[in-house]
Design a protein around this ligand. Structure first.
Ligand code: ATP
Ligand code: MG
Length: 260
């Protein structure tokens, strides 16, 4: 199965938590076919996947020698001549960390950013995202921070779904609309809302009403297990506990969506 999912949402709503849980669920059935991408400048997906801090992972944007070799230009430089379609197809295997069937790739940031920046680092990241979304026959789950700027137009049309994570609250509509617009502008067709940290029926109703024109993929309650795991720096639902039904339900819906 090939499935490409981007997870967006404003700061702190639960994007990283949800990315890691979805990736782990898929990996239980599709061993070594799952790639989790940390595209957040402040990378922290490793902990949720159960990868220890003692196992450092160098973000792709910091692999200076590789970038120089593949693009023909030194990172940190601009202009000059360098290839715009560098070889990247070996990067997922060579530079990811694997845990329980999920491969983690950390993208890193590009200094002096801006979408107009054409430099060796951004060229590698774009080419890699392109490769992962367009040419890999894998389940790729992307933790995207607030924006979706790592995805170019050509790539975005192959993203199966952009999941916008929201928490109950008055500002969720503003955030969801902004991300939907960003997603649509780059050509993502299927944009779904996931209500996270929903404490009761009232919270759920609030999201349903304020986001009536969004398709909702599901709701996740507040889990004490998630906050305590976060405090202890371990991954939630690790020690033999089963991943809760509402999370599995979302994963099943994503699978079904692909098959439909
Ligand atoms: N359903 C939940 N139940 C309890 N705690 C949760 C739940 N979802 C997320 N959290 C907690 O909320 C906090 C923020 O979650 P997370 O880091 O996944 O958000 P994020 O959107 O990735 O944040 P950032 O924008 O900073 O990257 C964490 O402490 C996490 O443990
Ligand atoms: Mg995060």
């Amino acid at each position: 199965m090939s499935l490409k999912i981007a997870i967006g949402g404003k700061g702190g709503v639960g994007k990283t938590t949800i990315t890691s849980l979805i990736a782990r669920c898929f990996a239980a059935e599709h061993q070594n076919k799952v790639i989790a991408i940390d595209a957040d400048p402040v990378a922290n997906l490793a902990a949720g996947l159960g990868i220890s801090e003692e196992q450092p992972i160098t973000p792709i944007s910091e692999l200076k020698d590789l970038i120089a070799e593949r693009t023909g230009a030194q990172p940190g430089t601009m202009g000059g001549f360098f290839t715009l379609n560098p070889k990247v197809d070996d990067i997922p295997e060579r530079f990811s960390l694997e845990k329980d069937g999920v491969k983690l790739l950390v993208m890193g940031t590009v200094q002096s950013g801006g979408s107009g920046c054409i430099c060796p680092e951004s060229t590698i990241l774009k080419a890699l995202m392109n490769h992962l979304v367009l040419y890999r026959d894998d389940i790729v789950i992307m933790d995207m921070e607030a924006g979706v700027e790592h995805l170019g137009r050509a790539t975005s049309s192959s993203v199966d779904a952009l999941i916008v994570v929201v928490n109950p609250g008055a500002r969720s509509r503003v955030a969801a609309e902004r991300i939907r617009k960003l997603g649509r502008d780059i050509g993502i067709k299927n944009i779904l809302v996931l209500g996270n940290r929903v404490k009761n029926e009232e919270d759920e109703q609030l999201i349903r009403e304020s986001l009536a024109d969004f398709e909702i993929i599901g709701f996740l309650p507040e889990y004490e297990e998630i906050s305590s795991a976060d405090r202890d720096g371990v991954r939630p639902f690790d020690a033999g506990e089963d991943i809760p039904e509402p999370i599995l339900d979302i994963v099943r819906k994503l699978e079904k969506m692909k098959r439909a």
